[in-house]
Design a protein around this ligand. Structure first.
Ligand SMILES: [Zn+2]
Length: 328
C-alpha cells in the first residue's frame, strides 16, 4: 500500500523524504477536516516506520507481517489514544499510561508509534504532561497527533511538533474517487462530493440514498406552495430526525449545503453549483434572496447549531429555525 491518502503530495512527499533520510521528527501534528484521512495517514506512517520492505518512496508495503498487524490494529508497538467519556477528553491517566509505555524499547518493530487523536481534546493537565514527553522524547518513538485544526491545540504543544496540514481535495478528485471506488456518478455523486467539502472519508462512507432523501426533503419543505404547507412538511421532517443521533449532524450539513448552493445560484448562476442541478425550490429562493434574508438564514443556522450543542430540545430548536427561515 503506497500512502492511502490521495491528492496530498504536499504532505506525503516531505514525509517520504524524511523517512528515507531517517530524519522524521519525534512529534508530528496532522491537521485537516473530519474525514480528510489524517488518522489513516498516521496509521500508514506507523506502518512505514516498521515495514519489512518499504516501497522506494518510503511508504509501507502493506503486505509484510508488520504492515498486516498495523492494518488489523494488533501491532504491539502502535498505541492510539482517543478522547473518551462524556466530556470527550484525553485525560491525565491516558498520558501517564503513554509515558510509562514510552519507557520500553519497541517490542518487535523498529519504532514505537503513539497516535493521539483529537489533540485538541487534551486537558490543561494532560496537555502539560504530554509536553514533558515532547520536550524529552525517548529514542525509537514517534508521536503523531491529529486535530481538525491547529487553532484549538495548546500553543506549547504546537511549537514542538512538525505541523502538516492535509489540504481539501478538489471536487474533481472526489468525483473521480466516487466513480472509481463506488461506481457512483451523476447528481447523487455531485451531492455527496459537495457535502463532503473536500474530505474523501464522508464521500466514501455516506449512503447516497439517505443523503438524497434528506436533500429531497429540504427541497420539499422550501418549495412547498403555501406557508402552512411548508411548516407542516418541516414539522414532519424534524419528527423523522428525532431519536437518531447520526441524522441530526447529517441534516445540519445538508441544510448548510442547501443554502450555500442556493446563495451561489443567486450570485453566479447554475454553473457555479458544486452539487446536483438546481431544484425548483432553489431557483425560487435564489430569485428572492436579499442581503437581509441571507443574514437571517445564516443567523438562524448558527443559532440552531448553538442550541443543539447546548442540548436544547430538538423540536424546539428546529421550530425556531424554520419559523425564522421560512419568513426570511
Ligand atoms: Zn510492510
Amino acid at each position: 500500500m503506497p500512502w492511502s491518502l490521495i491528492g496530498a503530495e504536499n504532505v506525503t512527499s516531505p514525509l517520504s523524504a524524511m523517512i528515507r533520510g531517517r530524519r522524521l521528527p519525534h512529534a508530528l501534528l496532522l491537521t485537516g477536516p473530519r474525514g480528510c484521512g489524517k488518522n489513516t495517514l498516521a496509521r500508514d506512517l506507523a506502518a512505514a516506520l516498521n515495514c519489512a520492505s518499504p516501497l522506494p518512496d518510503g511508504s509501507p508495503c502493506g503486505e509484510c507481517l508488520s504492515c498486516n498487524k498495523i492494518i488489523k490494529d494488533i501491532h504491539p508497538d502502535l498505541k492510539t489514544l482517543i478522547p473518551s467519556g462524556r466530556s470527550r477528553q484525553i485525560k491525565m491517566e491516558d498520558i501517564q499510561i503513554l509515558r510509562s509505555e514510552m519507557g520500553f524499547r519497541p517490542y518487535e518493530g523498529r519504532m514505537k508509534i503513539f497516535i493521539i487523536r483529537e489533540a485538541n481534546r487534551l486537558t490543561n493537565d494532560s496537555g502539560n504532561a504530554l509536553l514533558k514527553t515532547l520536550e524529552e522524547p525517548p529514542p525509537d518513538s514517534v508521536m503523531v497527533l491529529t486535530s481538525a485544526s491547529e487553532a484549538e491545540v495548546m500553543p506549547t504543544i504546537l511549537s514542538r511538533c512538525l505541523r502538516l496540514r492535509i489540504p481539501p481535495l478538489s471536487q474533481e478528485t472526489i468525483l473521480s474517487a466516487l466513480a472509481e471506488k463506488r461506481g457512483l456518478t451523476g447528481p447523487d455523486a455531485r451531492l455527496l462530493a459537495a457535502l463532503s467539502a473536500g474530505a474523501l472519508g464522508p464521500a466514501l462512507e455516506l449512503a447516497p440514498e439517505v443523503v438524497r432523501s434528506g436533500w429531497d426533503a429540504l427541497n420539499g419543505i422550501l418549495g412547498a406552495s403555501s406557508a402552512p404547507a411548508r411548516l407542516e412538511k418541516a414539522w414532519q421532517w424534524v419528527k423523522s430526525l428525532s431519536g437518531d443521533e447520526d441524522a441530526v449532524p447529517q441534516a445540519l450539513n445538508l441544510m448548510r449545503l442547501w443554502w450555500r448552493e442556493t446563495m451561489r445560484l443567486a450570485a453566479a448562476g447554475p454553473a457555479a453549483l458544486e452539487g446536483p442541478p438546481p431544484s425548483d425550490a432553489q431557483t425560487i429562493w435564489a430569485a428572492r434572496l436579499t442581503p437581509a434574508s441571507i443574514e437571517t438564514v445564516n443567523r438562524a443556522q448558527a443559532r440552531l447549531e448553538d442550541s443543539l450543542s447546548r442540548f436544547v430540545k430538538l423540536e424546539l430548536a428546529f421550530e425556531n429555525y424554520w419559523l425564522k427561515v421560512l419568513s426570511a
